[in-house]
Design a protein around this ligand. Structure first.
Ligand SMILES: Cc1cc2nc3c(=O)[nH]c(=O)nc-3n(C[C@H](O)[C@H](O)[C@H](O)COP(=O)(O)OP(=O)(O)OC[C@H]3O[C@@H](n4cnc5c(N)ncnc54)[C@H](O)[C@@H]3O)c2cc1C
Length: 343
């Protein structure tokens, strides 16, 4: 296994931003992963597990330890009556995986089409889009725990999934490395078409009884019209989470801003559109730092127009955060994870 030194992280993130990783390697199997971890231990440096780099903002100073890029590949399908149990390795491309399942007529993750990144990262922030969340299909997640040097399987309940949240995001579990994820996908379920924009798109195409492939095509087409193409523009998608308001606060919010989109989330909380807050409350035009800017077609998405630094992007995100807080008292929290030193 080749360990590089001072590898520019800008080459490994969809933001195309990030200083050097002190050490960098790619691992294709468990033996290489163990070797990499041993190396980090011997050098007495921290490690960071990297998938596709599509949900991180790496500091201009880089990462002072070993970055381990997950390349473990492979998928297995097992039929289980009206369901299929599909086990995919962490380094598989998420969207190629979705395409493969949809091509086989399986239902459950088709609305998560065209999300960049890897299978291994999908449970980390419980990826979600267009009314689906990956937690609803995950049977178990297999992890390597460097502290015990053991592999163990976590059930769906043990992963403590919530909106863009899981145990893997908690500080005390940041060391857990996802090796494999098992998904339970349906052979015969009907897709989820109720999300605003999706049913209209299908109707326009004359599709009244959509299957998983119709949904995938619809979602890809909608996303293409709203989001930047990562092959051309540096971005990590939505920079902020949609804030969750307790029902008693969301009633007040709705009275103040009747036109604001508000989605029921749980019995106690509603979800406010962060994109709406940035656009209407923030006034998107004023937010820019160097080449770091708000994307014109979707204010929740921050983009690197060419030469933005991590400092530019971080300052832009903080400007937006503090403006919304000052104007309306709502705290926007980052969906994108910052890696390395920022302050
Ligand atoms: C254009 C665009 C659109 C997007 N749209 C959506 C969307 O609709 N919904 C959504 O939820 N997200 C979206 N995202 C965010 C992102 O694609 C997802 O969060 C994705 O799951 C990140 O995967 P990754 O492999 O790139 O993870 P990375 O960015 O490499 O890592 C993210 C985190 O996961 C950890 N991690 C990665 N692999 C492992 C592993 N094997 N074991 C343990 N930890 C690991 C990393 O350490 C880090 O903490 C979008 C991003 C972009 C650029």
């Amino acid at each position: 296994m080749d360990i590089k030194e001072n590898e520019a992280m800008a080459l490994h993130t969809t933001f195309r931003i990030g200083g050097p990783a002190r050490y960098f390697c790619e691992v294709s199997n468990e033996a290489e992963l163990k070797e990499a971890l041993l190396f980090a231990e011997k050098q007495a440096v921290p490690f960071f597990v990297l998938g596709g780099g599509s949900n991180i903002l790496v500091s201009d100073k880089g990462f002072p330890g070993l970055v381990i890029k997950m390349r473990l590949r492979g998928k297995e399908y097992a039929d289980d009556g009206s369901f299929a149990l599909v086990i995919a390795q962490a380094g598989e491309s998420w969207d190629s995986f979705v395409e493969d399942t949809v091509t086989r007529g399986l239902c459950g993750i088709e609305n998560l089409s065209a999300i960049p990144g890897t299978v291994g990262a999908s449970p980390v922030q419980n990826i979600g889009a267009y009314g689906q969340e990956v937690k609803d299909t995950i049977e178990w997640v297999e992890v390597f725990d460097p502290s015990t040097k053991e592999i163990r399987q976590l059930s769906n309940a043990e992963c403590a999934f919530a909106y863009r949240q899981s145990i893997f995001k908690k500080r005390e579990n940041k060391q857990l490395i996802v090796l494999r994820v098992a998904f339970r996908l349906s052979n015969d379920a009907r897709p989820h078409t109720r999300y605003p924009g999706v049913s209209e798109h299908l109707l326009k195409k004359g599709i009244t009884n959509p299957n998983a492939m119709h949904m995938r095509e619809a979602i890809m087409s909608i996303r293409m019209s709203k989001l930047p193409d990562i092959r051309e523009t540096g971005t990590a998608g939505s920079f902020f989470k949609n804030p969750l308001l307790p029902k008693e606060h969301s009633h007040i919010f709705k009275n103040l801003f009747p036109e604001a989109p508000l989605y029921p989330h749980t019995e106690t909380h509603d979800k406010v559109s962060a994109a709406w807050l940035i656009k209407k409350i923030g006034g998107e035009k004023r937010f820019r730092r160097g080449d770091a800017a708000v994307y014109v077609r979707q204010p929740l998405v921050l983009v690197n127009h060419r030469n933005a630094t991590a400092k530019d992007m971080f300052s832009l995100a903080c400007d937006i955060q503090s403006h919304i807080k000052k104007e309306i008292g709502i705290e926007l929290s980052f969906e994108v994870e910052t890696v390395g030193e920022f302050l």
